[in-house]
Design a protein around this ligand. Structure first.
Ligand code: PMP
Length: 382
């Protein structure tokens, strides 16, 4: 991998996760953090973490199912359910642990799982762990999903259970899943719907409640899975849904049952993040304002920002070498934005993936756009 120059270049952050930070010893503008709302550094989250360490210590001492469920974990789950308008919720150590732990338990032999072809790796690994038959539908394409469902229905022995899996917001292109159509089809065919809203939590819907709220589908999606590692600014995974779902998940997910629970500081900061979202709408408003402005300006410079509908804004340049060169030139000018290359995206669709952030000022965006313009002209992209 190293010889073929496809190894990942790990840059080191020497400041908190914030728009102007020191990376590899250089002061840069950070355009590739998932800390969309800047909550990682919000005073309420910082203070909640400090208070929790003082009150409950550094670690939880156990897995959730033995002695590692603190009152804080229970309070967070209550808060998630209320934020998501569901009966119940379950908090996992990470979003990856939620997908890898729950998906293989929801379906098994005699069942079929149908997955969008561009779903996240943690869904793919969850599917790999399950004994169900697997089918794929074309990316964000309800007609193709319907074709698969019709084929399954037409069998002499249709599957016992069908589980449809989709990302809410796709992390490479920033497009939004057609969840309304997917849910309608699932209802018509008696299938379950599981949405991974890692990039929609805190970003879409009223007060950042996510994709289910965005499309008005509350009560119709079986598993609303999310993460606290992006817009919520902390770490951890969640599922929201019925009480039965949560009871099933906590009894069956091996990642939840057999791995230590999140420490008090983390859980308290997650609670504070949800409180901030409920009470301070300005962060979300600024995120979307920056998103609209930056996307429009990139496009008017002549860049291809693809099909993005969210703060994930790709700048598609073609070959991998060009994306890597653009990223290097941007870094030289003090702008940190990572290239995404084959095999993560198609060979001719390499890109710089920028993520907008509520904490970026108009001046920051002007500097970033200036750097894109200069480097883009130098590489004959625009
Ligand atoms: N699903 C999607 C779509 C993601 O982008 C990510 C994070 N890369 C995850 C799941 C995993 O979330 P976590 O960071 O909480 O493990």
């Amino acid at each position: 991998m190293v010889a073929a120059s496809i190894d990942w270049k790990i840059r080191v952050l020497q400041d908190p996760s914030q728009p102007r930070a020191t990376v590899d010893g250089k002061k840069v503008l950070v355009l590739c953090s998932n800390n969309y709302l800047g909550l990682s550094n919000h005073p309420r989250l910082r203070q909640a973490a400090i208070d929790a360490v003082n009150a409950r210590g550094a670690g939880s001492g156990s897995v959730r199912a033995i002695a590692g469920t603190m009152d804080l974990h229970a309070a967070l789950e209550k808060k998630i359910a209320s934020f998501k308008h569901t009966e119940a919720a379950l908090y996992y150590q990470t979003g990856f642990a939620a997908n890898a732990g729950l998906i293989p338990q929801l379906v098994g032999e005699g069942d079929t799982v149908i997955s969008d072809e561009l779903n996240h790796g943690s869904i793919i690994d969850g599917v790999r762990l399950c004994k169900a038959e697997r089918a794929i539908f074309k990316h964000a394409n309800p007609s193709d999903l319907e074709r698969v469902l019709n084929e399954l229905d037409a069998r002499p022995t249709p599957p016992r259970r069908i589980l449809i899996l989709t990302d809410g917001v796709f992390s490479m292109d920033g497009d939004i899943a057609p969840l309304k159509e997917i849910t309608g089809l699932a209802e018509a065919h008696g299938a379950m719907v599981y949405v991974d809203d890692a990039h929609g939590d805190g970003v879409l819907g009223e007060k950042g409640r996510g994709i289910v709220n965005h499309f008005g589908l509350e009560g119709r999606v079986h598993v609303d899975m999310g993460t606290f590692s992006k817009a919520f600014g902390v770490v951890g995974g969640s599922i929201a849904g019925s009480r039965d779902l949560v009871n099933f998940a906590l009894n069956k997910s091996r990642t939840w049952l057999l791995s230590g629970s999140a420490p008090p500081a983390t859980v308290a900061a997650c609670i504070a993040a949800l409180e901030v979202l409920e009470t301070e709408p300005e962060h979300l408003a600024r995120l979307w304002e920056n998103t609209r402005y930056f996307k429009k300006e990139l496009q008017s410079l002549g860049f291809d920002t693809g099909i993005s509908q969210t703060p994930i804004t790709p700048v598609i340049v073609g070959e991998s070498s060009k994306a890597k060169a653009l990223s290097e030139l941007l870094f030289e000018q003090g702008v940190f934005a990572l290239p995404i290359v084959f095999p993560m995206v198609a060979k001719d669709k390499a890109r710089i993936r920028t993520m907008m952030n509520a904490e970026l000022s108009r001046e920051d965006l002007t500097v970033a756009l200036g750097a894109f313009e200069k480097a883009g002209k130098q590489l004959a992209i625009i």
